[in-house]
Design a protein around this ligand. Structure first.
Ligand code: NAI
Length: 466
C-alpha cells in the first residue's frame, strides 16, 4: 500500500471526510484515518443522524396519539415498539455511514482504519490492534471532533446515567428522565422521550435555556416545551449525581443556595462537549491549544505548524457538523492553491424539536452589546395560512436589520419547518440582502415561507396579514 500522501486527514466525521473528498477532487493524494470502524463521526453514528431519526418517529407517534383524532383521523391501539424504532434508526445510520465509504472509493480517498498519532510534522503512525504502520504526509488536517463533557465525580455508565449516546439507544421508555443542561442535546433528547411517555425534567444552571440564542426566541421556545409537558428547574446547578437501588438521585442547588434532591429512573448529562485531542501527541509537537483545550488556528485554519491544519469541534466556533464541513472544504481548497474561506457570520443553527428553532446571524442581545442600531420585523405563524391549516401555529419569524442600511443582520425563527427555511435567510445574508430585498421577493402561496416575507415587510411596519 502507498505510504506517502499529499494530505492525511485524521478523523472521518463531517469535517474530516468532506475535507478528504474535496482534496481528492482537487487532485491531492489523500488518506483519511478513522478509529471508530465506521465513517461519519459523532454526527452520523451517535449524533445528528440517529437523533433526527428518533425525533421524526417520536413526533409522528405523538401526533398520531394526541392530534390526529381532533383532525378527523381515527386510529385505534397506537403503540410504540422501541425495538423496531431503534432498528429503523440503526438501519438509516448504517446506510449513511456505508454511503460515505462509497464516496471515498468513488473519489479515490484512501480509508485507513485505526488511530492516527502524529510523530513529526510530516509523520503519522496508524495503530490498529497490534499493527503499527507509518505514513508520510505533506499536509495534515486534524478533525478529531469532540466528546461529551460530564459533571466532576459523575460516572456515565450509558445505562442509567447516560450521555447523548446512551439516550439514543435506550431499550425501553424510562418512566422518568432528568436532563442536566437545557441546550441542544438536552432539549432534542428530552423531546423524544417526553413524546414517548417519559416524565422529563430539565435542570438548567442559567435562567434561560439554549444559551447564546436570541432571548425572545429562547423564552418562546421554553413556553412551548412547557406546554408540551417538559418540566424545567431553572437557575439550578447540579452538584452531584448518585445511584440508589432503583433510582438516580440528583443533588441540585438553586440561585438562593437552597439544596434539593430530585430522582428519576434515568439521568441524561448534556452539559456541553469538549474537543477531542487526547493521544494525538500535540504537546510533543508543540501544537498550541487555548484555555478551553481547543487547537489554535489562524484564519487559514493553520495551527502554529504551518502544514498542520485543524477543523471542526477541535477548534473555536459552534460545534456543528455543517460548520466543520465548510472548514473542511476551505482547507482542501487552500491546499490546492485556491481561496478557501468560511463566513463565520452566516452559520445557521437548528434545533430539531417540534416546532424547530432556526437561527442565523446576530441576536438582538449581540447587536445591543455592539451598540448597533437595528430595526426588528416579526411575524407570527398564527397569521400564516399554511401553518393555520396544518394546525402548526406556534412560533414566529424575527428579522433584525441595520437601522440605516436595512442590511439583514440576523434571522431567528421558531416554527414549523424553520430548519429548512433558514437556508433562504443564510443565502440572503451571503448576498448581503436588505429586508427590502426579502420583502420584494415573491414567495409561493400558501407556504410557511410567506411568514419570512411578512416579517421582512414588518421591519418597515407594513405587514399585510398581521
Ligand atoms: P450546550 O452547550 O448546547 O448546552 C449545555 C447546557 O448545560 C447549557 O445551557 C449550560 O448552561 C448547562 N449546564 C452546564 N453545566 C450545568 C450544571 N452543572 N447544571 C445545570 N446546567 C448546566 O451543550 P449540549 O446540549 O450538550 O450540546 C453539545 C454540542 O452539540 C452543542 O455545542 C451543539 O452545538 C451540538 N449539538 C447540535 C445539535 C444540532 O445542531 N441540532 C444537536 C445536538 C448537539
Amino acid at each position: 500500500m502507498e505510504n506517502n500522501f499529499d494530505l492525511i486527514v485524521i478523523g472521518g466525521g463531517p469535517g474530516g471526510y468532506v475535507c478528504a473528498i474535496r482534496a481528492s477532487q482537487l487532485g491531492l493524494k489523500t488518506a483519511c484515518i478513522e478509529s471508530r470502524g465506521t465513517l461519519g463521526g459523532t454526527c452520523l453514528n451517535v449524533g445528528c443522524i440517529p437523533s433526527k431519526s428518533l425525533l421524526n418517529l417520536s413526533d409522528n407517534y405523538q401526533k398520531a396519539k394526541n392530534e390526529f383524532d381532533k383532525q378527523g383521523i381515527e386510529l385505534k391501539d397506537i403503540k410504540i415498539n422501541v425495538k423496531k424504532m431503534m432498528s429503523n434508526k440503526d438501519k438509516s445510520v448504517q446506510i449513511l455511514t456505508k454511503g460515505v465509504e462509497f464516496l471515498f472509493k468513488k473519489n479515490k480517498v484512501t480509508y485507513l482504519k485505526g488511530k492516527g498519532v502524529l510523530f513529526s510534522k510530516n509523520d503519522v503512525v496508524l495503530y490498529n490492534g497490534d499493527q503499527k504502520t507509518s505514513y508520510k504526509a505533506k499536509n495534515i488536517v486534524i478533525a478529531t471532533g469532540s466528546y461529551p463533557s460530564t459533571i466532576p465525580g459523575v460516572d456515565v455508565d450509558e445505562k442509567n446515567i447516560i450521555s447523548s449516546t446512551g439516550a439514543l439507544s435506550l431499550d425501553k421508555i424510562p418512566k422518568s428522565l432528568i436532563i442536566i443542561g437545557g441546550g441542544y442535546i438536552g432539549l432534542e433528547m428530552g423531546s423524544v422521550w417526553s413524546r414517548l411517555g417519559s416524565e422529563v425534567t430539565v435542570v438548567e444552571g442559567l435562567d434561560h435555556i439554549t444559551p447564546g440564542m436570541d432571548k425572545e426566541i429562547s423564552k418562546e421556545f421554553q413556553k412551548i416545551l412547557i406546554k408540551q409537558g417538559i418540566k424545567f428547574k431553572m437557575s439550578t446547578r447540579v452538584l452531584s449525581v448518585s445511584k440508589d437501588v432503583n433510582l438516580i438521585n440528583v443533588e441540585c442547588m438553586d440561585k438562593n443556595k437552597k439544596k434539593e434532591i430530585i430522582s428519576a429512573e434515568k439521568v441524561l448529562i448534556s452539559v456541553g462537549r469538549k474537543p477531542y485531542t487526547e493521544g494525538l501527541n500535540l504537546n510533543k509537537l508543540g501544537i498550541k491549544k487555548d484555555d478551553k483545550g481547543r487547537i489554535e488556528v489562524n484564519n487559514r485554519l493553520q495551527t502554529n505548524l504551518e502544514n498542520i491544519y485543524a477543523i471542526g469541534d477541535v477548534i473555536k466556533g459552534p460545534m456543528l457538523a455543517h460548520k466543520a464541513e465548510e472548514e473542511g472544504i476551505a482547507v482542501a481548497e487552500i491546499l490546492a492553491g485556491q481561496a478557501g474561506h468560511v463566513n463565520y457570520d452566516v452559520i445557521p443553527g437548528v434545533i430539531y424539536t417540534s416546532p424547530e428553532v432556526a437561527t442565523v446571524g446576530k441576536t438582538e442581545e449581540q447587536l445591543k452589546k455592539e451598540n448597533q442600531n437595528y430595526k426588528v420585523g416579526k411575524f407570527p405563524f398564527l397569521a400564516n395560512s399554511r401553518a393555520k391549516v396544518n394546525n402548526e401555529t406556534d412560533g414566529f419569524v424575527k428579522i433584525l436589520a441595520d437601522a440605516k442600511t436595512d442590511k439583514v443582520l440576523g434571522v431567528h425563527i421558531i416554527g414549523p419547518h424553520s430548519g429548512d427555511m433558514i437556508a433562504e435567510m443564510a443565502l440572503a445574508m451571503e448576498f448581503g440582502a436588505s429586508s427590502e430585498d426579502i420583502a420584494r421577493t415573491c414567495h409561493a402561496h400558501p407556504t410557511h415561507t410567506e411568514a419570512i416575507k411578512e416579517a421582512a415587510l414588518a421591519v418597515d411596519k407594513r405587514p399585510i396579514h398581521f
